[in-house]
Each structure stands twice: as C-alpha cells, then as structure tokens.
Design a binder for this molecule. Sequence first.
Ligand code: ZN
Ligand code: ZN
Length: 435
Amino acid sequence: MATAIPCGNTVVTGLRPRLLSSLNTNKWRISQARVSTEIGALSFSSSSIFPPNLTHLLFNSWSPKIPCHHLARRLIVKAARDYYSILGVSKNASKSDIKSAYRKLARNYHPDVNKEAGAEQKFKEISEAYEVLSDDEKRSIYDRYGKDGFKGSTMDMGDFSNPFDLFSSLFDMDIRNRGARNMAADGEDLICNLVLTFKEAVFGVEKEIDVSRLDNCTTCDGSGAKPGTKAYTCTTCGGQGQVVSSSRTPLGVFQQVMTCSACSGTGETFTPCNKCGGDGRERKSKKISLKVPAGVDSGSRLRVRSEGNAGKRGGAPGDLFVVIEVIPDPVLKRDDTNILYTCKISYIDAILGTTVTVPTVDGSADLKIPAGVQPGTTLVMSKKGVPLLNKGKMRGDQLVRVQVEIPRQLSDEERRLVEELANLKKTKTLNGSRR
Ligand SMILES: [Zn+2]
Ligand SMILES: [Zn+2]
C-alpha cells in the first residue's frame, strides 16, 4: 500500500551533518551550510513513565545514600512535628480548615514552584499530613495512637498516595506525573537514507521508499491484549501503577515510590497478544511515496509527519526523517545554490575570445568568452544553478572558471609566429620609450 505524501507535508532541514559533508570532496566549496531552511534537531521521544527529573526527585529524597547528618536532621524535624503542626492547624480544626491549610502550603512548596532545597521534602510532609487528617478514619486512628497507629495495619506507612496525585486532584492541575493509568506513549521517530543523483537533487523527484517500522498490531488492534480477553486490575499495585516500598532502618522508615514493574505503570494487566507479545505493535514494511523538493543537497532532511513508529496505547505516531545523500556529478560541482564548472581554453582563445559549449543541469549551453580573458576569471551563467528550496522559480547561477592552457611544446611554425609576436612587442616598447 502506497500513501502519497503531499509536498506540503515534508519539511526540509538544511544543515549537513558533518559526516556527509566530509564525504564531499568539492574543493570549491565556500560555505558548508548556507541553505537557509529550518534547522531541525532530531528528537527521539522517550516513553518513560516518570519524567527522568521527577524520578530523580522521588528517589533521591528517600535515598539511603544521603549522608547521615542530613537524614538525622530531617528525622528530628519529622519527629518533633505532628501532622497538625505541619499543617499549622489546631487539633480540633474542621475539615475545610485542614483543606485550605493544605492548599496554601502545598502551593508554596510544590517542587514545580519552589526550587529551594528541602521544599520537596516539606511538600511530601504536608501531603502526608493532609492525607491522614482529611480522612476521618485515619484521623481518628492518628488522634488516638499517633503514627504508630498505622504500623502493621492495612494503612501502613507505605500506603500513602503519591503526593503529586493528591496535589493535582485538589488543584486540577496537569502535574507531569498524574494517575498512572492509560499510559499512552508516543511512537519513536525513524530515520532513513535516500540516495539521489545530482540532477534529482537539483530538480526534485518523486521517490517511493520502503520503510520498516512498528505499526499497530492487526491481531489485537494495538491494545496488546489477546483478542477475546479482558484487561484486569494489576494485582501487584492494585491498579495504582506505582508501588511504595518501605524499608526500616535504625534512622527510621524510608519509602520509595516506584513504577509498578508488573504493569509498567498502567495499573492493568492482560493476557498478551500472541502476535506482538503485548506491545500492541508489529514490524511492517510500508511503501511511502515521497516528493523530494528541488534544491535539496547531501545532508538535507525531509520530515514526513506521522510515518515513524506507531504510538502505544493510543499515543501519537513518531515522524520519519529522510536524510538525503547526493551522488556527485563528475564535472558539475555544487556550492549551495550555485554550480561550479571549470572550462579550459587555449591561450589563443583567451587572447582572441571564443564561444565554448558548457554542460549545465539544463543540458549543453553556449558561453561566450570575451577576448583578453584573464586566467582564473569566473564567468557567470545566470539562473543556470540550483533552484532555491521552497522558493518557486528562483535559481542560483552556474559559475564558470576559465582555465587558460599554455602549450608545453610548440611546432616550428607556431614558434616562428610567437617569436614574431615577441619581436613586434619589443619594437613597440622601444618606439614607445624613445618618444
Ligand atoms: Zn498484538
Ligand atoms: Zn501494577
């Protein structure tokens, strides 16, 4: 199945990667990257469940690697302050007092807002206090037995929700790490190479390329579940998508919030599809017809939207990046939008002037060389160069460098004539100096 990609869908990015430009042996090249098009960095989407920085925060704050004096200080704070004083409310505060105290404090200490050291720890303390005091049952246990009341019960210390979930549920904010369910993951971008001839790159071409990529699994329709089976709540995390592990050390109880490995944070498990093994995607080859615009060069990148790997669980597909490589022409060299060519003429033609036939990308063309042309002169054949990318009919020039050939050997007749010419010149000079 071939899908036509309209030209407007492709974005050309102009910088040549170093690797490709080093392959280019064109000694005339003046500018390596003069194509004035969008410079696009390739991005590869990651599908981690926690953004890496957040994972780092979550783990570091409980990490036993933190030096002991640090931990001790933190524990003293914890031990000295009960949940009521953490929230700054009295023991008989109403539910709405507790809620408004939490909202005020949590907003000040949320790590997205407050970058001060210890803010995150404070935020967690606040959240923990709120979680207990906002729940009538937990609050009454806490009032009677303190934190010890939760030990060994179903509401162990490890039973606390993710403080960020608690926060976002109250503030209705899109915090990066929200509920773990329905973890859609975007598909990865793909990259492939396309080799063009010199003329194809200059004038543009339509090409069909075969791309091997991950597409939605046809057996399970992308769900990853074996057809006819139903997803059920993950027994490892109870549908939370996260597990909290507590470890008791002489310094106190430490908790780590981790993505549930059994369900990869989705909160659900299912019997995996036989075809794709639960990934929801299978490798398929697809023919994509690509309209390469005129004026591309080695290293240009075409971006074909949504033709990368399919997303997971409804995530957006990645993009396909096509990197152009151009086979050099034996005589015509490219310098951005100009084409460079060297023509050799005899010294006689240089003196008398001549017309030569020059190859161009449009075919052979006549070029008039004026009498008295100097070696190394560059003549401009205007608009015989490369069309400007995405600029309609504008074109660069062909620059013809004139190389004058001096014969290494002369026939007797030629020598006699040149000597005659030399004598003529001498006489002229003598006459001139006598005057
Ligand atoms: Zn499948
Ligand atoms: Zn799970």
